[in-house]
Ligand binder design. Structure first.
Ligand SMILES: [Zn+2]
Length: 428
């Protein structure tokens, strides 16, 4: 997969590159010019990865538009690096049988970290995007960036030691972080739910701590990359990902391109008004999505309805995300008041989903994130008919709502996919 990119990377040389959007995820055509070996390697590697059942050199020549000799040379380089292997032969009925080339998933790996104010999630993926190892830690003092960063480095050591994989097989470390982010500088810039994080130079500091190439992307962008790589939207060229966590955001794929925006911060949908009678927002309006579908307000409503007891932590967003699970368990147990609170929340979400669907003219919205996961089995049966009824383009095409296929790890998996994308994406 070659997704559009605008990421900040810093490699082992310490050189930073501000990358330009590379365009579509569709199969890229190779170039027969000189000095483009890396580009052609990526084109061929991507074609082999996508084939799943393997490709012959003749098929790769036809698919990539490269000369047969170039494909042969590229394949030899990839074989020498252990990235692909000859796994069998196919017969076309005439001529010599053709040798099949397949990706070697265990040849390389990518690490991913998702920084959410409530939880930090770590994953290790193989070259095919399969989840090899993962764990998450709740953050005890999310305001202290230095403590969190030191914890990240030791957590990565633990993850790698447990996997038994040597560091020289790790392609790099991807980070999915809440916006706004400074892509060119590799910096998290005053994220609203992490008050102590003022211009934290994540990319430089994690590169220095790990020695790995590091890529930073916005959390919703990483999530949408993950859904297309390995999740609920494989093969979809137009879809949105609605992220519900301590904040809300939307990731977009339009015309097979990941929409990143001018600065890599696309997807801030928090001030879309979904309920004119909803709670006040910091922006001065009422019923913005970010406020009305915030875990904080959900818990506030649950307390007002008598479902949950009031708590001294009721103003704490991080605690509110955790209490969403308690609210959902009350609904599971048949508490009608809990069901009503979730129904009201679903009504507001449906408003956001139909708006996103209309703007993008898409047939698919995938939902996920820490505040979605415990409530998904309540939300989905409510959202599907609400959206079907409200969607303005319903006479032209439907709008399907599904939950993420990647669970709570979706943004962390997306972070690691940013690294795999670096390897697979062909950039002339
Ligand atoms: Zn607002």
């Amino acid at each position: 997969m070659a997704v559009g990119r605008e990421s900040s990377t810093i490699g082992k040389t310490g050189r930073r590159e501000a990358r330009l959007p590379a365009g579509s995820s569709g199969l890229r055509r190779g170039s027969n010019l000189e000095h483009v070996a890396d580009f052609n390697d990526s084109v061929v590697l991507d074609a082999i990865r996508r084939s799943r059942t393997g490709s012959s050199r003749a098929e790769l020549t036809a698919e990539t538009g490269l000369a047969a000799q170039t494909v042969s040379d590229v394949c030899q380089r990839l074989l020498d690096q252990g990235l692909i292997a000859e796994t069998g032969t196919t017969s076309t009925g005439f001529g010599r049988p053709r040798r099949t080339l397949e990706l070697v998933p265990a040849s390389r790996y990518a690490l991913g970290i998702h920084i959410d104010p409530a939880t930090i999630t770590y994953v290790l993926l193989d070259l095919s995007g399969n989840l090899v190892a993962h764990f998450s830690r709740q953050t005890s003092s999310p305001q202290d960036a230095d403590v969190i960063l030191a914890g990240m480095t030791s957590a990565l050591d633990v993850l790698l030691a447990g996997s038994g994989i040597e560091q020289d097989r790790i392609l790099g470390l991807g980070i999915a972080a809440p916006g706004p982010i400074d892509i060119a500088g590799g910096v998290m810039v005053d994220p609203p739910h992490l008050p102590g994080w003022h211009r934290v130079e994540l990319v430089d500091r994690l590169h220095q701590a790990t020695g790995l190439p590091v890529v930073l992307g916005k959390d919703v962008t990483a999530a949408v990359v993950a859904e297309r790589w390995a999740g609920a939207a494989i093969g979809s060229s137009d879809f949105a990902f609605l992220y519900l966590g301590t904040g809300v955001g939307v990731g977009l794929v339009n015309g097979d391109i990941v929409v990143r925006g001018r600065s890599g911060n696309a997807g801030d949908i928090g001030h879309l008004i979904v309920d004119v009678d909803g709670p006040p927002c910091i922006c001065g309006q009422r019923g913005c999505l970010g406020a009305a579908c915030s875990p904080l307000f959900l818990i506030q409503e649950a307390v007002a309805a008598g479902v949950l007891p009031a708590s001294p932590d009721d103003g704490q967003l991080v605690q509110a995300v955790r209490r969403v699970g308690t609210l959902c368990r009350a609904a599971d147990d048949g508490d009608e008041r809990a069901v009503a609170v979730l129904h009201q929340s679903a009504r507001r979400l449906a408003r956001a989903i139909t708006t996103i669907g209309g703007i993008l003219d898409t047939e698919l919205v995938v939902c996920g994130g820490p505040a979605w996961a415990p409530a998904a089995h309540h939300y989905l049966p409510l959202l599907k008919p609400m959206v079907a009824q409200q969607f303005v383009m319903r006479e032209i095409h439907g709008l399907n709502v599904v939950g993420t296929a990647l669970g709570a790890d979706v943004a962390a998996i997306g972070a690691a996919c940013l690294i795999l994308d670096e390897r697979f994406a062909a950039r002339p």
